[in-house]
Design a protein around this ligand. Sequence first.
Ligand code: NCD
Length: 301
Amino acid sequence: MDRRHLITTGELSRAEIEAILARATEIDEGADADISDFLLGLLFFEPSTRTRLSFEAAAKRLGGDVVDLGAVEASSVEKGETLADSVRVLEGYCDAMVLRHPREGAARMATEFVNIPLINGGDGAGHHPSQTLLDLYTIQKHHGLDGLTIGILGDLKYGRTVHSLATALTKFDADQHFISPESLRLPRDIRFDLHEGGATVREHTSMEAILPLLDVLYVTRIQRERFPDENEYRSVAGQYRIDEAVLADASDDLIILHPLPRVDEIDPAIDETDRAKYFEQSHNGVPVRMALLELLMEGSR
Ligand code: NCD
């Protein structure tokens, strides 16, 4: 793959996405890795469970290892070090890095200071492209990516996984429905990007009418930490909860995805049903991130 960094899904072509998913499938089926003896730098300025641990697992399974900035409070960031200096220093210690940061645009900015591959592991309410790759991998396994009807539900304003997924799906023949409270609609710039990508942006405040059409329901958490005002959060929290009753009219083949962590969006009783694919989805993070690391590092050598 002739690409150094991965900052948004908008910059990936359909062919590149397909190459990563195909390589992830091979790896999942036991293919040997093409790289080894590398170090992946982990710079997480925000909490993370899946992204951090699955990148670490991916690096180690490929035969590499990680250097991890660890808790921000224990690093020089506490002494006032800038992000630019942190990434420049880390570049000398590793062969590729993953950056998660609360500020939108941080990952793009960081690429100005490093030459090794840099993966955006989430920039504020911006993008989270590697999550999208494992979302697409999971969807492809169950439904394929063309002729797909997907509902994306929850916090579409602050949800970076939503922004990256919706952008990537414009490259496939997918009908996208966006369901959220009025105040958490997709941001204008993302709607613009989707229009530019040829997608029709269908927005709803309730799921009822479209649920029977859906192959995939992608549920997201209300991003409490991004709300400027706690009262505003409380006014939208708990508006959508997926349980058996809500799903009564859904197609038998509907699957439910969630990038996790979930708070109370999905009744745990759904976990026991065939529709629940969110734990499988999180497990897919390892082969997909192995494929991504391999392709980025091979391309940059
Ligand atoms: C997501 C994130 O960090 O954006 N988590 C993840 O990486 N799987 C979703 C979220 O925090 O709600």
